[in-house]
Design a protein around this ligand. Structure first.
Ligand SMILES: *[C@@H]1O[C@H](CO)[C@@H](O)[C@H](O)[C@H]1NC(C)=O
Ligand SMILES: *[C@@H]1O[C@H](CO)[C@@H](O)[C@H](O)[C@H]1NC(C)=O
Ligand SMILES: *[C@@H]1O[C@H](CO)[C@@H](O)[C@H](O)[C@H]1NC(C)=O
Length: 175
């Protein structure tokens, strides 16, 4: 009896510690899935330029923005990550970086088509908001990473900023 009353709070404690890395991983997975869904809709629109296909793009873009903002809240309320959690989060982040890069390439490749449907200014504003939200999300996650790994973490997410800056530049002339 005594043993279990000592062990139970300990078990609860270790679960909540693990849950922080897990909740950030879950946020990354949500963001990654939202990115892939948006990318598919962009590919579909680019295939035939059907203006009706702009509707899912705008909805999924809004969903993505809200998923990124949710991720920031999750990361902000997370405890500091252990080294093991940091490695898992880093690996999921590397995958997300590459998804974001190919999705932004896909958006930039469709620029003329978006422009002919007069939605380039909307895409531009979405990109600006998504970049800003992503910067906040990255900063929130990196603040939970052990200090000795923070500069490596910055390096891992840096290509996202580069890709957003290029995409924003491609749409800026359309405002
Ligand atoms: C993301 O998609 C994968 C594959 O469909 C799925 O297994 C996973 O549960 C999804 N992640 C979230 C957070 O919904
Ligand atoms: C986005 O779509 C492009 C073109 O279909 C594809 O090459 C790329 O791999 C896709 N990326 C993701 C994350 O789905
Ligand atoms: C979390 O880590 C940061 C450095 O990355 C440190 O400044 C802070 O004191 C840590 N917080 C706790 C509660 O350990």
């Amino acid at each position: 009896m005594r043993f279990s009353t000592i062990l139970l709070p300990l078990a609860a404690l270790s679960t909540s510690v693990l849950a922080d890395g897990a909740s950030i991983l879950n946020a990354l997975s949500t963001i990654s899935n939202a990115t892939t869904a948006l990318n598919s809709s962009i590919t579909s629109f680019r295939a035939d330029g059907d203006p009706l296909k702009l509707i899912p793009i705008l909805i999924q873009s809004t969903t993505l923005l809200s998923d990124i903002n949710d991720g920031t809240n999750t990361a902000s309320s997370s405890a500091n990550l252990t080294v093991d959690e940091t490695l898992t989060v880093a690996s999921a982040t590397l995958n997300l970086v590459s998804s974001v890069e190919t999705t932004l390439d896909n958006i930039v490749g469709g620029e003329k088509l978006f422009s002919s449907e007069l939605v380039s200014p909307v895409i531009y504003l979405n990109l600006v908001q998504e970049k800003s939200a992503t910067d906040k999300f990255s900063a929130a996650v990196i603040s939970k990473v052990p200090e000795s790994l923070q500069s490596t973490a910055e390096t891992i997410v840096a290509p996202i900023d580069t890709a957003f800056t290029a995409a924003i530049a491609a749409f800026k002339g359309q405002l």
